[in-house]
Design a protein. Sequence first.
Lengths: 374, 370
Amino acid sequence: MAFDVFRLLAIARKELLQLRRDVRSLILAFLLPLLLLALFGYAISWDVSDIRTAVLDQDRSATSRAFVDAYRASGYFSVRQDLERSSEIDALLTRGSVQMVLVIPPDFSERLGANRPVAVQALVDGSDANTATIALAYARAITRDYALETQLQGRLLQPPITTDSRVWYNEELLSRNMIVPGLIAVIMMIVAAMLTSLTIAREWERGTMEQLAATPVTRSEVVLGKLLPYVVIGLIDVVMCAVLGVWLFDVPLRGSVLLLMTLSTAYIIGSLGLGIFISAAARSQLLATQLAMLTTFLPAFLLSGFMYAIDVLPKGLQMVTYLVPARYFLVVTRGIFLKGVGADVLRVQGLLMIAFAIIGIALAIHFFRKELRT
Amino acid sequence: MRAFSAARIWEMVRKEFLQLRRNPLLLRLLLVSPIIQLVLFGYAVSTDVHNATTFVVDQSNTQESRQLLEAMTASGYFRISGGSADPADMVSALDHGAALVGVAIPPDFAPQLHRPGGARVQILVDGTNSNSATVALGYAERIVQNFGAQLAITTPLGIDLRERAWFNPNLASRDYNVPAVIGSIILMVCLLMTSLAIVREREIGTLEQLMVSPLQPLELIAGKLLPFALIGLLDILAVTLVALAWFKVPLVGNFVVVLSGSVLFLLSALGIGLLVSAVSATQQEAFMTSFLLFMPLILLSGFMFPVTSMPELFHWLTLLNPLRHFLEIVRAVFLKGAGFDDLWRQFLALSLMGPALLWLAAGTFRKTAG
């Protein structure tokens, strides 16, 4: 039987009709991207501010108060408590009611006035290492600036080296600029792989797939026809994320929209193929969901560089990331959104996306046949 | 009505485990999945920066400039991944993502060091990953400044900030994240698995058979939930063992506190799972609903993102999230050695939420099942 586009479209139409009845899948497909965008855009960030701080000021002089005010004025620290005794510190940090305690020694103003060095203690709750590292960096900078100011007393400083630092592509270092383009890669994985692995596992569990196989259509027509509606859903999601990202969260879209859509399509097709492969391997919905979570969602979330840099991973896990398609797609979305680079720079990733799509379709068609034979 | 019978519940639990044994792949997954999650979260969830790829344009090419670069690589934060005399190559390296940081040292670097005005060093950072960029930029500036300070014979700064990180002196983010995986695993097992397993029986029609058996509705629910509670507890033990033996995470406090918290948290997670199964007709619906709940529960728990960095509104919302309270317990016990007296608020919140959710779920379940 020759390949017939009309039969393919008929299958796609049947799939679409079925999908329309399946309200919760549609909710997941369209609400989840919105939910994730809202959470990542509004609720979540690593930007550390308002670090809950207590001060044990043993000096109680105008100088020590000015020093504490410098912390307050920075906006990074919110000084909540004035301690009387050092014995109070332990309970405060253990309970987590403050994150940092600043201890100013009794001779603070005296030594500083006499130009003698003085030690101030910053005790930080290190259990959340990320926040603690950032808090200490702020404390260090504020202390240095304050010390410089008192020492120089208006004189001009002549540092031997000045750094001229610039941040490219995301000039203000906003985490949402990093998250939104990456989120597209993660959402696609969820929608494409998880949705299909489930809907198709269901058809197999219920036996409706055999009915489909008994109709006069070829295998590739069935597979491609089944994929088509999900490709459309995926592309709608990409557009939705991009529009909301640019419009609500001011994420720059500097590169070519056409290139973004082309490579997104390839990525979606590959993910869909992966979904069919999973459902064929799992046969049951319960197992398919767990497998889909482990093989598509978690790697796309954690091993793609979406939130956490790949360089920091141990060598073994770094090797694994080369097998995660989201890793390459993330370079594409961030490259197009933030760097504004084109096909010349993204050549390798682009070819990999197309390869992923071809492998995905091949896997899908191959395993589709195998499942029907048994 | 007959009395609540432990024997009948036990029979039900036995039946569940027999059924589970028939699905070896699922059983294996239930044990392997926590370990995979542990490895992923243990290694991947880290915003530490080390060995950041650095592209160097050293136009000075003097002893001084090499010393500066040496200082950067010696810190362990930077690894020189490429170099050239042409600044255009640096631009291309950043564009391609071949380097995260670019350092450009101008030709007049060495002589300018000793002249008024000083030398200038350009540092470029790829900001697409805003986290790594912030941290890397901070390190780079500090290293260059320290290098300059060593050259200039000036008096040291008047205030010396003595930093001490309590509970985690090395500031290892792993010690913070690994224990928290316990929470995400309980949630995964109890929420996703429970809801799917119950709805599966409904889809196949075996739930009706159970309904007409002499089991009372509450016994049925208890019998359905207990196996997953047991699997959840087993997973907790497995995760704790791996965390201690492999990741060498310290357990400062008493594990009994963690276990008590886990049991309370299990109630909440099972309650949510049961609630989802009560409002879902098919496994697919159950999964979609669970997943839609799972994401916000994880993201708004402080698992990966500190609660303190969230805006006020979300900050309040997290108080309704049982996972948030449970993670505070787990982390405080593992790292700080906190006890019941330090954590009574979290325990109170969990002991209110768990029974309330279960009660609500059982009520809804009986209505929709009948």
